[in-house]
Ligand binder design. Structure first.
Ligand code: ASP
Length: 344
């Protein structure tokens, strides 16, 4: 039976057109796409699945994505869930890893694929990578063995909540720093079945977000307490701390450390991530990091920044207590982390 896919176009380079200020999003993607791939649809040896295209009312450069946009994307997929066999979300590359991560949490268990993709060069420009990313994503979305939010780009199939944008101009824009690719696509589709999540019960959790609930604070040589103070004055309920190496903050700055302790005591959930491009946090492997264990800072395991930030947002938006959020943050929900399994 022919499978039917919904393509949701949210904006991003893939559908952009040139303007005097540089590329801008443009409406009418379906007509432009069909014009481009019409002959593939008519005479293909390997036909593409049937598809419909919906586009959001406000198309964005994904640099402008807001937590509310995640609600819009999730609700659109949720409303159309039973009408289609799979979904392709066309999204700008800048924040695609954030949105794919968040969607994996919001949509929970899946019984069909959700594939995020986009391109580095717009559909209608020479040398575009849009067609190969989009047509391959359509085929991935039509599979009956994918039950998760994935990101497909330039021959690589990645778990959405493990992905991260790693190249600003290369076609291979995405990596999965702490988890292997789920598959490679060349002439053939080569998926690693042992890594794929099993089918789940659809049960979306799509809460309302408070934009200022989560903040991010990187540490750097010379970071002063008043910088963190300014961040905390925006009243976040959660803070992603990006420390060094295996999770080491500058503990010599006692003012900074007592501010963190105070924040944590007052119910702000702090999660500690590494600034390294790869590898987990092992909080307490060094004395510099061990203090964080005593003040209730959650060790971020091998979560990407995108997955940690969105998971924290998603848990807080459900009105859970700080203790509940601290407990749930390091536990894998949709394969986003390995958990804190390594002793310090
Ligand atoms: N600025 C664009 C966006 O994220 C980049 C892209 O799509 O590749 O929407």
């Amino acid at each position: 039976m022919t499978r039917r896919i919904l393509i949701l176009y949210t904006g991003g380079t893939i559908g952009m057109v040139p303007s005097e200020q540089g590329y801008v999003p443009a409406a009418g993607f379906e007509g432009r796409l069909r014009q481009h791939i019409g002959h593939h649809l008519a005479s293909a040896h390997q036909p593409l699945p049937d598809f419909a295209v919906q586009e959001l009312d406000t198309l964005i450069d994904s640099a402008n994505v807001q937590p509310d946009d995640w609600r819009t994307i999730a609700s659109t997929l949720h409303q159309n869930w039973h009408q289609y066999d799979g979904f392709v979300v066309l999204h700008g590359t800048d924040t695609m890893a954030y949105s794919a991560s968040m969607l994996s949490f919001m949509l929970q268990g899946l019984d069909k694929p959700v594939v995020f993709t986009g391109s580095q060069i717009p559909l209608e420009q020479p040398r575009t990578d849009a067609l190969s990313n989009l047509t391959t994503s359509l085929m991935l979305a039509a599979r009956d063995d994918l039950f998760e939010v994935v990101l497909y780009f330039d021959g690589k199939l990645l778990r959405g909540n493990r992905s991260s944008k790693r190249h600003s101009i290369g076609f291979g824009a995405f990596g999965s720093p702490n988890f292997p690719a789920l598959g490679e696509v060349g002439i053939y589709f080569d998926l690693r079945n042992e890594l794929l999540l099993p089918a789940g019960q659809p049960g979306a959790v799509i809460p309302h977000f408070n934009t200022s609930d989560v903040a991010i604070q990187p540490v750097y040589p010379g970071l002063q307490a008043n910088v963190l103070e300014a961040v905390l004055s925006t009243n976040p309920k959660g803070l992603v701390l990006q420390s060094y190496g295996v999770g080491n903050p500058p503990d010599g700055n006692t003012e900074l450390m007592s501010l963190l302790e105070q924040a944590s005591r007052q119910g702000i959930v702090v999660i500690n991530l590494s600034q390294c491009q790869q590898g987990p946090v092992i909080q307490g492997a060094y004395a510099t990091g061990s203090m964080l264990n005593t003040i209730g800072v959650v060790s971020g395991s091998d979560l990407t920044l995108e997955a940690a930030f969105t998971k924290l947002h998603w848990l807080l938006a459900q009105g859970l207590s700080p203790e509940q959020v601290r407990h749930q943050l390091p536990q894998p929900v949709r394969g986003e982390c390995s958990g804190n399994t390594r002793p310090a």
